[in-house]
Structures are given as structure tokens and as C-alpha cells.
Design a protein around this ligand. Sequence first.
Ligand SMILES: [Zn+2]
Length: 742
Amino acid sequence: MASLTRGNVLPVPIATTPGGSPVKFRLTLIGALIASAVLAGCAGGSDDAPAAAAAGTTTLTPTRTIIMVWDGLRPDSVNATDTPNLYALRQSGVNFSDNHSTYPTFTMMNSSSFATGSFPKTSGFYGNTFWTPPQGSANTIPAGNGASGSAQDYQDPVFTEDYAVLATLNTYYGGQLLLVKSLFATAQAAGLTTATIGKSGAAYLQDLGQGGVFLDENTVQPRSLATELQNSGIALPANVVKNYSGADAVTLASSNGNPTARAGYITFNTTAYDPNGTLTVAARDSADTTQGAPEDAANKYMLSVYTQYILPKKKPMLSLIWFRTPDNVEHGYGPGTANMKAGLRSQDARLGELIAALRANGMDNSTNLVVVSDHGHSSVSGPLSLYPLRAITPSASLPNGTAVNGSTSGTSAASLGAVNANGYSFSGDVRSADLLTYRGFNAYDGSGCSTSAMYGLDANGNPTLPVKTDANGALCGTVNTKYQAISATKTSNPTARFTVPAPGSLPANGIVVAANGGSDYFYVPSHDAATVQNLVKVLQQREEYGAIFVDSRYGSIPGTLTMAQANLENGKRQNNGQPDVVVSFNWDADTSIQGMPGIEFESVGGQRGMHGSFGIADVHNTLIANGPSFQGGLTLTTPTGNVDVAPTVAYLLGLSMPQADGRVINEALVTPASKSQPNVAASTVSSSAASGLAFELPTDLTGATKDASLAAGTYTINMAVKDLSVDGKTYRYFDYAKAVRK
Ligand SMILES: [Zn+2]
């Protein structure tokens, strides 16, 4: 086809020869560029792209674009050894070196930013996990099943990485789960074919209106696609049978199997938390080098459906492919670990397969490939001065589990080792509902009795929060349940479960915590100002917490920023989904574990890696683009964000999204919408100071042990921002928000 745009081709996959010289590769690419320029003049429109504009005009040719999301990919994980295909793509395309994840830096928050080009102030979406408070005199809450077919609990905060949950919520919000028109809806309205593939929830949110082709780990849509795939001998996700019933029911072929089955993480047991040596806590064996990503087989299957069927048969002009890797291996084993790097290599092989498929279908010259991560990633850890790293002594034998889709699983015989500066973290977990309840609040997170190896071990091996056993079931509801909770030591009303009361039964000024990883949401349905002020003071005094954002309705509270200042306030969700307070857990960008800088506390979950904070390692994420619409060999240093991806891709498709908060990244494009030079001004937004505080060390959950090194008792927040002004509009990018205690 005659394209006005530069015909640079995508690099050949080189996953089979890792470590290839980038210089040599660039020369190869230049040769390919010349060849494609010749071909571009004579090739007929073999890929069904809309007709190009007449030569000599500056009208943009709508160009096929694929957005590939590598969940949790840190920019400093891209290199010639672990990600050779992506490294080559970055070298020959555009590297956006100052890209920003939307805060809170969760997967589903950024899924909504990719979908709408907007922040929650505009989209109204608060994933990953948010709470839908009972509404009206009937105390109405959503109702429906999850993707696995079982009833979803909406009394508790709900985890939104599930197409069926999102569909229920969309119905609950009257079809307005996203309050603005999405990129996919915009493309479909213009008659373009779209495809969405991959991770549960994150992929589905792109096409809530179900106007395109969709495949995730649980289902396919529309129903006719299930038949098409089966008629082509292609397996379906096993849970697809839960999506359709009656005349639409799907019967799986006997050979279907479970192509999206997930292998388990290898865990090991440590008795370190138990003074009596009789209890064990499962912890992930970060020293293991054999596992790779548990979703390798699922990702390979979903990509193969795309490359073998959807791409050649449907020829989508807009696609989004979202895979869990490397996020899953970062969560399970930690950034920088051997298994995390194994996950990077498998994900890069998927990119190689995608590029090969584009070439095989004659689409490589005419397709833009945008590789982006939803957020960065950090190691879960408290300060190493309080919680030194520890070795894990590897097991000599294989884990005891059965293999799933080719990956090992189960419990290994590895054991917890001694303090070791090159070791692994056993700290960083925080349970906000427990800390608040101990201090007299009525706080609930709906997570029940639980244990984690990540609450912290000091240098002498003393646990911050020992594991206990509920012998008679009084605390946990079932006899002999293990738990960890400081609130279980209260003399009156001891508790360890934090069950959210039934709709209509929340105590006056009760607080519901939506625990989310690197940030927590706090809902105060009474909107009682004193409760919010008291909550803020606890968060300021506990050193596990960082920057605090409070709904503007509570006025000026010392030592806080308003949620509006971080684009988190949405009037339509103010009493129905938007939290009253959002807090980032504390983070440290300079401390490294396994060679990767960036640590943070997390809501308890026993993870080795986490994101969601307002820290540098979580906010600064990966954005790389390559293809005919993008300049080549460019490192773009102007600030960009995940909210800019949708408006930019819309422009590449000949469309526009004027409702988006983000911008078209013109400075990366061959044919920009505007050639105006952006002006960038960096500044710091600071809160007022809270004073008279006594800071409490993370090692003592009772709060009795104060931090003698911070005697002034003042707390402020510094939020680093960059304002980019172009064509009469200003776009704000957030670099980080940091609590400053003195
Ligand atoms: Zn993610």
C-alpha cells in the first residue's frame, strides 16, 4: 500500500539468539528499511487497511495499531539479554524515557487510563479493589457471579480483574462504569474492527461495550467467536462455559483441556514466626531459578489464537494484548530475581511471535506496535535497618506439586537462612484494618483471618507480628485457624477477621478499607470529619504510610493533599465508589534488593514485589513505540503518561478523543497533529505541615515505641510534578509524592 509514512519495519525476532549486538542489529534494520521503501511503492493494499490519503497531502493515513501491555514492566528491565526483541524495538523506534503510570499505580486504574485516556476524576473508575457502599433505604449493592461461575461478594471491597465482575458493575452503574467514551468505542463508532486479548479484567475494560473481538483467560466474545474458534480446531478458555447458557451454551471439545490454567508458585515453609516451632507460614521461594512465570502457557495460548486466527481472519485495525508477565513473577518472587528474569524472557518471546505473525501476514510495514506497561514495580520491604535481608537456602529436591501446563508447582524444601545483604526481604506487609481497629476505630477489610511471612523479622529473627492459632474458633470462626492480628490482643472485643458488616449494619463512623497493595483506600460512609481527621493522624504517625490524599469535602487538614490535587476526585462517584481517603504506602527509591532499586510497604498479601504506591519505581513505567507512524531511533525526554496512549492511538487511527485528559504525543510522530514545541516546567506541590506528632516504628504495632530520630514531630507531603504546556493547554505529570517526617 502507498503509505505516506516512513516504511520502517519491525525488527526480526531474535529471541533465539539473545545477546545479539545492538549495533549489528541496527545495521540489519537499515538494510530492511531500504527494502521496504522499495516495496511500499508497489505493494497492493493486501492488509485491508483503509485507503491511504493521496500522495503529497498531510492527511494522516489511519494505521493499524497494536497496543501490547507488559504488566508491571520496569524500564530498567529492558535489555539485550532478557528482552532482546523489545530492546531492538526500542532502539529502532521511540523510547519514551519519562513516562508516567496513573496514580494509584494499580493495574486496573491504568487499564481505565488506557481505555479512556483519563484519570479517575474523569473516568470515575477506582480499580483494582474498590468498595460500592450500600445505596438508599434498601441498602442496594451489586449482585452477580464472577468469571468462574460462583457468586461474587459485593459486601466486601471487590477485586475488579474479572470480566464478569466488570459486567456486573457496569450494569450497576447504568452502563457508566467508565464515565467517558473509550478508545475502543471511538474506533468501533468509526467502523473499525477491534480485538482485545489477555489478562482478566484489564483486557475486558478496554471494550466494555463488547463491540469487538475479545479473548481473555476466562471467555471469548462475541458468542459467534467461540463457534468460529472451535470450527477451526482451536481450544477455548475452560471457563467460557460459565459465560453462556441456554441456546448460547458452549460445549467444550473433549480435547479442549484448560489452556489458560496457571501453574502455582513454588513456596517454602518457614517456622521463623512461631516461637514454639509448631506453626509454618508459606513464603515464596525467591531463590528458586526454575519456575518462570506461572502464566507462560496461558499467554502463549492466547497469543497463538490472536496470531493464528484473529489477526489473519479479522484483520483488526486496533488491538490490545495484555499479558500478566512480568508482573506475576515480580509479585511472586520480586523484581530482579532469577524467576522474574525467566518471565521477562518468555514475555519477550511472545513479542517475537507477534512480530513474526505480522511479517507472515504482510502487515509489518503497515502496523504500529506500542509496548507499554501499566506501572513499574518495587520490592516489598520495610527499611533494611529494621528488617535486614535474609538468605533462602535452596532445596536440593524438586517441589512436591504436580506440573501444570509444563511448570513446576508446590512446596519446596527450601528453608529460611541467616541475615544476608544479598538476600531477600521478609518484611513490608501492613494490615490497615488491624492497625486502625487496635486504635479504637471500627475498621473492616473483608479479608478474614490470614497469615503472611512478610510482616517482618528483625535482625535477631523476632517477628513483628507472631503467628497464632485460634484454638476454639472464637476469633476466626473455625477451630485451629492460624492468624496474625495485633487487634487479637485487645482486652475488650479482640478480633482478627475484620469482616465487613452486612449492608445497613456498619457502625457509626465505621471505616471500610479497600486494601490494594501499594496504596490503600479508606471509605467513611458517614463522612464524619472527626473520624477522617483521626484516621489521618494515625496514618501520619505510622511510618509504614506515605503521602495522604483526602476528599476536598473535608476541607484543609494539615499534612494532607486533596484527592483533587492527584486527579482522584469524581463528583459522580463521591458517595458510590470514590474513597474518602487514599494513602500511598511509604517507599524508598534508593534501597535495592536483588539489584533493583525501589522498596515499599504493601497491604498484607505476602508478595515479594508490589506496585500501587506514589513512589518513583512504581510511577515511572515503560512506553515504547515502533512502526510507520513513529519516528525512528528517538529517545523522547518530554514527559508522557499512560493517559496519553489512547488519544495518541486514536490519532493514528484518524480519530480523536477530545474528552480525554491525556494528549496526542505529537513529538514522537512522523506526521504530528501539531508541530508546536511543548514547554515543560517542573515544580513541587507541598502540603501544609502537621505538627505535634509522635512517629511510631513499624516494628511495634502497638505504637508504644516512638522513633527517637524524628523528634520534631512534623509531617508534610512533597509531590513532584511536571507541567507540559502546548497549544494553549497544560498537562500535569506526577513524578512521585513523598511523606517527609522530621
Ligand atoms: Zn499490573
